[in-house]
Ligand binder design. Structure first.
Ligand SMILES: Nc1ncnc2c1ncn2[C@@H]1O[C@H](COP(=O)(O)OP(=O)(O)OP(=O)(O)O)[C@@H](O)[C@H]1O
Length: 271
């Protein structure tokens, strides 16, 4: 069965978590760690949903289960209506670190996943050329990662993530290591690219304004064991143009509400 075609035919959610717990065994006799508890979420195709929550609440753990890198201790994760039983080609990951291979050119990095799938060289080149142009890296195809800035490397990582044409992009703080302006430019690229390619995104961030700028919805998690305690629908226009959305008068109200939910105030414990 092909998850992409099945999902588009029936409009089933792109990704779903149903009653998901994740428990890690304790080391050296320590008790088990319950990282996530009874997580339920459903993301429609084409939606961009962010998850925010305190450090250590289980956000990355959820993405790992979405990618099939780790299995739920209870409950089910589905992508395109199919239970995720292991790593699969319907999801792609993008992390804070670009994880580009230094010995490969940017184009060769973008093409890597296609190579693994046996796509012919000429077709791979067409795809990498198109995506690198879309990610504003036209002319840099033959460069090596160490010849590019941090922002450019993350653009290349974005192109690589899109190259395998996943149903769902799982993004774990992908822009958090970038300076504020580069971050805004990459957010703009991501929003446009997601729109153009009709992708579904599950995005983790600690940057509340980034969540508001990019998302259709924001899911707020509790402290560990993390569960979803609030869902906020971002009812501001211009999801595809976060630069414009950031200027909207309501953004501050959303950020303030998220700060309240995360109990971020002058007395918050920053350690
Ligand atoms: N492989 C593992 N073995 C044991 N415990 C783990 C493992 N992976 C994660 N944990 C624990 O599970 C909890 C959730 O971790 P996770 O990385 O998902 O949190 P997070 O919300 O992404 O954190 P942050 O915002 O700081 O990145 C933490 O207490 C962490 O120590």
């Amino acid at each position: 069965m092909n998850a992409s075609s099945t999902a588009s035919a029936s409009r089933v959610p792109a990704i779903e978590f149903i009653g998901v717990d994740k428990r890690f065994p304790g080391r050296n006799g320590a008790p088990d760690v319950l990282a996530a508890r009874d997580v339920n979420l459903s993301i429609a195709q084409g939606e961009v949903v962010s998850i925010i929550g305190p450090s250590g609440c289980g956000k990355s753990t959820l993405l790992n289960m979405g990618a099939g890198l780790s299995r739920p201790s209870a409950g089910t994760v589905k992508v395109g209506g199919e239970v995720v039983a292991g790593p699969n080609m319907h999801v792609a990951f993008m992390l804070q670190k670009d994880l580009l291979m230094p010995w490969r050119t940017i184009a060769q990095n973008v093409e890597f996943g296609l190579e693994l799938r046996g796509v012919k060289a000429a077709e791979r080149r067409v795809i990498s050329t198109r995506l690198l142009a879309q990610c504003h890296l036209k002319g840099f195809e033959g460069h090596y990662p160490n010849q590019l800035s941090g922002g450019m490397r993350q653009r290349a990582a974005m192109a690589r993530t899109l190259a395998v044409d996943p149903l769902v992009l799982l993004m774990d703080e992908p822009f958090s290591a970038l300076d504020a302006q580069t971050k805004m430019i990459l957010q703009q690229d991501l929003a446009r690219t997601v729109k153009e390619n009709g992708k579904t995104v599950l995005f983790i961030t600690h940057d509340l304004a980034e969540g508001v700028a990019l998302s259709d919805r924001i899911l707020v998690m509790s402290e560990r064991p993390g569960t979803i305690v609030e869902e906020i629908v971002v009812d501001i226009p211009d999801r595809d143009n976060p630069m414009q959305r950031r200027k909207h008068a309501d953004v501050g109200d959303y950020v303030a509400r998220l700060m309240d939910l995360l109990k971020l105030d002058a007395n918050a414990d920053v350690h």
